[in-house]
Design a protein around this ligand. Structure first.
Ligand code: ACO
Length: 361
């Protein structure tokens, strides 16, 4: 048996290919470079969902905007109990209020949910009133407006689209596998998406970018990097934003997101020198990982530059994993539909290694 199912192929998919040796990500026949920075999230959603819904419109923008407006009604259920939770727990709880099903309307509401609910939670947690979605805006533009309370500039909208597109799908990662297992039982898309959110929130998967900001802030200056990193490694901590199960070279998404940060520099909330500082920390981490784990191929993963990009967009680190869910939800739904249409119940076997019952004398 392979520990952590490493290398086990558990599904055939037309959705995405993660080539860990070449550092290449293909999303439905397109290299990530063709999509990141060029396509809007709605376009990639259309690409991922093509063939999995009978009644898919050519442009999903108005339907997704209508779904945002529709799910906003659930924001009324945000109470003080939910506001005491982390943004991802509160967002998940509101998403759980949506009806299950397998239709396009359900898929659109579930795609709108992380965006609308995260914005409402983040604002309510800082004492501000949630902002109603604007059906005239694209998904990325509306997310930035709903979170920050003011319209976003074009460069920022492109920056968020780049992020959402980059993380929209990624083979059989842990959250997508969870979503496919649930879909295989025919529980419905809402159940699959809730499973995806739950798997995503762990620090070994989508929970890493908030802690990347903590790491950068604690290091503070490039000259502190080596000592801080060595202490963390001595404690046995994982360095967030590094290492990957499949990529044995640099994660191509890290480069796509770093390029997006660079394009945004003039229009962003990043303090001067922040990108250079992050690059210095990255170089120190990579050098130390090489010294300490010479037999492992540990490189920068998507989460390191996710942190910088979402910081540049003025999004709060407490909600970074929710923003990841805003992008990955399209992939979860596509995989759930692919599983439903062509797959069997996923039910692997386990090997019993416990004690046997005592034999009667
Ligand atoms: N920092 C320090 N050491 C690391 C790191 C890291 N970030 N990643 C792996 N290692 C070490 C492990 O300690 C282990 O060393 P050992 O064999 O000497 O004990 C070795 O490298 C292999 O680690 P595994 O846990 O077996 O690798 P796995 O493939 O299971 O883990 C993972 C991949 C979870 C991403 C891991 O690299 C990690 O914890 N990274 C930090 C968290 C992170 O960045 N998560 C986001 C991942 S990207 C995504 O999911 C969107």
């Amino acid at each position: 048996m392979s520990d952590g199912l490493e290398g086990v192929v558990a599904a055939d998919t037309v959705l995405s290919e993660v080539d860990g040796q070449a550092g290449r990500l293909i999303i439905r026949g397109h290299d990530l470079d063709e999509l990141a920075g060029r396509a809007r999230y709605e376009d990639v959603l259309r690409l991922l969902w093509d063939g999995f819904f009978d009644d898919l419109p050519t442009d999903l923008t108005p339907a997704l905007a209508a779904a945002r407006a529709e799910v906003f009604a659930e924001v009324a259920a945000l109470d003080t109990g939910l506001l005491d939770r982390t943004p991802i727990e509160a967002m998940r709880a509101l998403t759980a209020r949506l009806a299950d099903g397998d239709e396009l309307e359900v898929a659109l509401r579930l795609t709108a949910a992380p965006a609308v609910f995260t914005a409402a939670v983040v604002r309510a947690q800082s004492g501000e009133a949630p902002i109603r979605p604007d059906p005239g805006l694209s998904h990325a533009a509306d997310i930035l407006r709903m979170v920050r309370g003011a319209p976003a500039g074009r460069a920022e909208v492109t920056g968020l689209d780049t992020y959402l597109v980059t993380v929209s799908d990624h083979g059989l990662n842990a959250s997508t596998f969870a979503a496919r297992v649930i879909a295989s039982t025919r529980a419905g898309l809402a159940s699959a998406v809730l499973g995806g959110i739950s798997a995503l929130k762990g620090p070994l998967h989508g929970g890493a970018p908030g802690p990347v900001i903590d790491m950068l802030d604690e290091i503070g200056r490039p000259e502190n990097a080596r000592a801080w990193i060595e202490e963390a490694m001595d404690r046995g901590d994982r360095l967030m934003g590094f290492g990957h199960r499949v990529y044995k070279v640099r994660d191509p998404r890290a480069d796509a997101l770093k390029a997006a940060v660079r394009r945004l520099l003039d229009a962003s909330n990043l303090p001067p020198g922040r990108l250079e500082f992050a690059e210095a920390v990255e170089a120190s981490v990579l050098a130390i990982l090489k010294e300490r784990k010479p037999n492992r191929s540990l490189d920068t993963n998507v989460e390191f530059y996710t942190a910088l990009l979402l910081e540049a967009l003025g999004l709060p680190p407490s909600a970074f994993t929710c923003v990841f869910a805003m992008g990955r939800v399209g992939g979860w739904i596509a995989h759930a539909r692919e599983q439903l249409v062509g797959g069997r119940l996923i039910r692997p076997a386990s090997r019993y290694i416990g004690p046997m019952p005592l034999q009667a004398a």
